[in-house]
Write a protein that binds this ligand. Structure first.
Ligand SMILES: CCCCC/C=C\C/C=C\C/C=C\C/C=C\CCCC(=O)SCCNC(=O)CCNC(=O)[C@H](O)C(C)(C)COP(=O)(O)OP(=O)(O)OC[C@H]1O[C@@H](n2cnc3c(N)ncnc32)[C@H](O)[C@@H]1OP(=O)(O)O
Length: 191
């Protein structure tokens, strides 16, 4: 595989943001059938246009770059504001697309955020090229949508290929969810 050329992700991040807006808006509407048909065709047109730019693995923007959740349409966007070698603090705001019901974030979205947050942190500060061996999540209180929440991650210990990490999502002083995870560094050639 040839090395990916330098790529300015700025406009791609804007595209992903527009897609996130679309996802959230889809969760807020009740269009009549005629409008739905028209909108379906418009979305299909956008997909067809995007397919013109299909690229091999290693050359795709989503996930193949170092931008993390910003450049991936499925991931929850978060911002790291303070990092050290062993800890990270940041913020996340879940939106209507992440809602399970009653203003609470879907219980499957929270592990996805933790896997990405902790996995990226392990990759950057612990051991790159690691895979999640376990991820245990405790839901301590309802995680609200549409509020700026705090995220924390901490590398607890590194033993050989194993990096043990913990994470929390908090609303002020209230812990919404906490996670503990093990990431195992892959061996050379390991698929
Ligand atoms: C420099 C900046 C770079 C920035 C990055 C740039 C761009 C972005 C690109 C990449 C993304 C970067 C970051 C990642 C972001 C998100 C992370 C997502 C990661 C995932 O979402 S990934 C999918 C889900 N994940 C799986 O699909 C795993 C399936 N699975 C396996 O692939 C194997 O299972 C594996 C590899 C885990 C281990 O297998 P293996 O054969 O290599 O090793 P083995 O079994 O020998 O275990 C070795 C030692 O770990 C212990 N151990 C193992 N499993 C354990 C468990 N469950 N509980 C307790 N201990 C466990 C053993 O007990 C032994 O311990 P000991 O050495 O002490 O005996």
């Amino acid at each position: 595989m040839t090395e990916a050329p330098a790529y300015d992700t700025t406009s791609f991040v804007d595209l992903i943001d527009a897609f996130r807006d679309l996802q959230e808006t889809l969760c807020l509407v009740a269009p009549p059938p005629a409008a739905t048909l028209e909108l379906t065709a418009a979305v299909a047109d956008v997909t067809k246009r995007l397919k013109e730019f299909e690229a091999p693995e290693g050359h795709r923007v989503a996930r193949d770059r170092e931008m993390g959740s910003d450049v991936h349409p499925m991931l929850v966007k978060y911002e790291a504001t303070d990092t050290s070698d062993t800890s990270l603090a940041g913020t996340v705001t879940f939106n209507h697309a992440h809602m399970g019901g009653g203003g609470a974030v879907h219980g499957g979205v929270i592990p996805m955020l933790f896997d990405d947050l902790l996995g990226m942190f392990v990759s950057r500060r612990g051991q790159p090229n690691s895979r999640t061996a376990f991820l245990n999540v405790n839901y301590r209180s309802v995680t609200p949508v549409l509020r700026a929440l705090r995220v924390d991650a901490r590398i607890e210990k590194i033993e050989g290929r194993k990096t043990f990490v913990t994470g929390t999502i908090s609303d002020g002083y209230l812990v919404c969810a906490e996670a503990e995870a093990l990431f195992v560094r892959l061996l050379p050639g390991q698929p």
